[in-house]
Design a protein around this ligand. Structure first.
Ligand code: PLP
Length: 464
């Protein structure tokens, strides 16, 4: 299968090339030239498959021609062997016809493990075949760096460098990253803020001449196509468990960069009968404003208690726009040029197409705290702050009571104790057993000044 850019000007790439390339050369994002789709009979025949078996069915057509079936099975097996729950993505019922899909059973307790455990294994496989080594460089404000590190820690062909702002991430967040002692994993505590970390990474991607001969940087952030692809699987998994394809399902998704919910959109295009997709945002609500009042304008970033959704612009939204505009790359280029001014307006046609499937909702910190408290009070089920926003959105925006509503639980509550404590006084959600000794483990990280030359020579020196 070929992959094309949303802006129409970059060369089409193979699957392998697409996952090793970040942004397309025209500034767009890569999407498959055409989507596989499955008949009702075929989807029905998947009832009862394990998560890994289902993942194989869904991912195989995307990689056809690049990865032989047996090898793909191995990649999927290895990717999900680190999950603690046999079901990989179990569901819990929280109200009548309302379900929470627990996507936090992976090694770092957040849904990003679904994509990054898979991507690490996939990259290592592809790089081994090509006899190539790469460097992964990323910046984190604390909550998502560990998923990238866990995804790459066993990869022979990847050296990973993650920058976090020194003394500005929580102890749990830092320790989740710095206690991984593999010799291809490097944590850099930068004496600066998150923006400094991000600028350092951006500049390094723009000029990679500091890298050792023959190396390139690879982006594992949410614009990497393979991450989106891996996330399609759990929509089918939940749908099948609730009666699809014979019955419809609906999903509510705590949204930041629009990667997760875009995978839900793809699932529906591929044949899963999805009645509704709810985009749930915190106060950083550009997507809610866009979908509800055609106001897609940048506002200043607000720091909330659901930090993994703190974004100004959702990068993956461009992939949806590409479809809404009839896959016209020139139209997307025009829109993105307009957006350089800080805002853009969608066509009535695009907006009305979007509203057939999508609804949106915004919830601030107070509403989120109230939701955690209310749900705990009625069911003793403890939500993390991101999931709480999704669940509140589901209850407010739901179109039909008779269609099961699945709320994606994107993180374990123990990852965000501050919000939980605010909602339920005295409640300290315990870390799962396998992380009990987090505070006794040895740490390793390098504190560096906010100096490009220093950081880049560190990366150069430690690339194996
Ligand atoms: C990344 C993240 C999100 C947002 O997902 P997107 O794909 O960026 O929309 C929501 N919740 C948690 C816990 C996350 O880590």
């Amino acid at each position: 299968m070929k992959y094309i850019s949303t802006r129409g000007q970059a060369p089409a790439l193979s699957f392998e090339e697409a996952i090793l390339t970040g942004l397309a050369s025209d500034g767009g994002l890569y999407v498959p030239e055409s989507l596989p789709s499955f008949s009702k009979e075929e989807i029905a025949s998947w009832a009862g498959l394990s998560y890994q078996e289902l993942a194989f069915k869904i991912i195989e057509p995307f990689v056809a021609g690049d990865i032989p079936s047996e090898d793909l099975k191995g990649i999927i097996e290895r990717a999900y062997s680190s999950f603690r729950h046999e079901a990989i993505a179990p569901m819990v019922q929280t109200a009548h016809n309302e379900w929470v899909l627990e996507l936090f059973q992976g090694p770092t307790l957040a849904f990003k493990d679904f994509a990054l455990q898979f991507l690490g294994q996939l990259l290592d496989y592809v790089l081994n075949k090509r006899q190539q080594k790469v460097v992964v460089m990323g910046a984190t404000s604390g909550d998502t760096g560990s998923a990238a590190i866990e995804g790459c820690r066993r990869c022979q062909h990847i050296d990973i460098f993650i920058l976090h702002p020194h003394q500005r991430v929580s102890d749990v967040q830092r320790r989740q990253m710095t206690t991984v002692l593999s010799d291809n994993v490097h944590n850099i505590a930068l004496k600066g803020n998150f923006d400094d970390c991000q600028n350092m990474v951006k500049a390094s991607f723009a000029d990679q001449s500091f890298l050792p001969e023959g190396r390139q940087l690879v982006a594992v952030n949410s614009i990497n196509w393979a991450r989106i692809m891996a996330q399609i699987v759990y929509y089918f998994y939940a749908g099948l468990a609730l009666g699809a394809p014979h019955k419809d399902v609906a999903f509510s998704v705590p949204t930041g960069n629009f990667g997760d919910i875009f995978a839900g959109y793809l699932a529906s295009k591929m044949g899963l009968p999805v009645d509704q997709l709810i985009v749930a945002t915190n106060s950083n609500d550009i997507l809610h404003r866009c979908l509800s009042s055609n106001d897609h304008s940048k506002k200043e970033l607000e720091h909330t208690l659901s930090p993994s959704m703190d974004i100004m612009v959702s990068s993956n939204f461009e992939r949806l726009l590409f479809d809404l505009y009839g896959r016209d790359g020139a139209a997307i280029q025009q829109l993105m040029d307009d957006f350089k001014s800080g805002s853009m307006t969608l066509s009535d046609e695009a907006l009305s197409k979007a509203s057939e499937l999508f609804s949106s909702y915004r919830l601030d910190d107070d509403g989120m705290i109230e939701t955690i408290a209310k749900v705990y009070d009625s069911t003793e089920y403890l939500l993390d702050p991101h999931t709480a926003i999704g669940l509140a959105a589901a209850r407010c925006e739901r179109r039909r009571q008779d269609i099961p509503m699945v709320c994606l639980a994107t993180a374990h509550p123990a990852k965000f104790p501050e919000a939980v404590e605010k909602a339920i006084a005295g409640m300290q959600p315990p870390l799962p057993h396998h992380m009990n000794d987090l505070f006794e483990r040895e740490e390793r990280y390098e504190v560096l000044s906010n100096d490009m030359g220093l950081v880049q020579s560190f990366v150069q020196k430690h690339s194996r």
